[in-house]
Design a protein around this ligand. Structure first.
Ligand code: SF4
Ligand code: SF4
Length: 241
């Protein structure tokens, strides 16, 4: 995003809408730190600018910069996945899609947050380790499309210096033992990252309605806050496992 400083009247109305704190008032008009701006479009969509001074420069729609708005503005689609936003959100729809079947676990690593964001080169630390461990990164996840095709987990170089508001890396792990050993190896990497990371596990209830996995995680020193978000069909056929 950019400010046309010829038009800007210096009212400061745009400043409060930025989730990345990118605005600065200088010499009577607004200025955006375009390195930190993630092109989420919130300032423009707030429609508070009385002077029509905010605009998205044409070059921000070009790669690699275009990746910022694809992750940070949910109304912009990732062309490869034809979805918008930071992840495919299958954690919320597994009751319908059965993407993660019995014995399979979804591991969701959510990087960044409003006010923090995440540089994509930070995520490479995790994707490289994933490939070394042989853990599958789901190919319908937006991050998958940013990786080199050589199976190294390296980010395509042109994306390394791009920043987004947040993104969710989605992984599929078969077997509870494999899940535990993967967590043991992944969690220390997250501590080295220059952003906030939330870890989520997608699983099904045990046959008796319990979640034995919770005890196992807590016994391993991993705090758990169980949560359920259930979609009941949304017009899609239920897949059975
Ligand atoms: S596009 Fe988003 S990140 Fe950029 S200045 Fe506007 S509100 Fe801030
Ligand atoms: S809202 Fe518009 S006119 Fe007011 S400071 Fe921001 S860019 Fe300038």
């Amino acid at each position: 995003m950019r400010v046309n400083r010829e038009k800007c009247v210096g009212c400061g109305q745009c400043v409060m809408f930025c989730p990345m704190d990118c605005f600065e008032m200088r010499d009577g008009s607004a200025l955006i730190n375009e390195n930190e701006c993630v092109d989420c479009g919130v300032c423009l969509k707030s429609a508070r600018c009385p002077a029509g001074a905010l605009f998205m420069p044409e070059e921000n729609f070009e790669y690699p910069r275009a990746i910022r708005m694809q992750f940070s503005d949910p109304t912009v689609k990732h062309p490869r996945q034809n979805t918008g936003g930071r992840g495919t959100e299958e954690a919320k729809t597994n009751d319908v899609t059965a993407k993660f079947r019995r014995g399979e676990y979804g591991l969701m690593l959510e990087f960044g947050r409003p006010c923090v964001g995440v540089w994509l080169k930070e995520i490479e630390k995790v994707t490289k380790r994933m490939y070394e461990l042989g853990i599958e990164i789901l190919d319908d996840n937006p991050i998958f499309g940013l990786l080199d095709d050589d199976g190294s987990g390296n980010l395509k170089k042109e994306f390394a210096d791009e920043k987004v508001l947040s993104t969710i890396l989605e992984l599929k792990i078969s077997g509870e033992d494999e899940l535990m050993s993967s967590l043991e190896r992944i969690l220390p990497i997250l501590d080295t990252m220059n952003t906030v990371v939330s870890v989520g596990i997608v699983t099904r209830f045990d046959d008796g309605g319990g979640l034995a996995l919770v005890d196992r995680l807590e016994n391993a020193g991993i705090p758990v806050r169980p949560a359920a978000k259930i979609n009941v069909g949304l017009g899609r056929p239920l897949k059975r496992d």
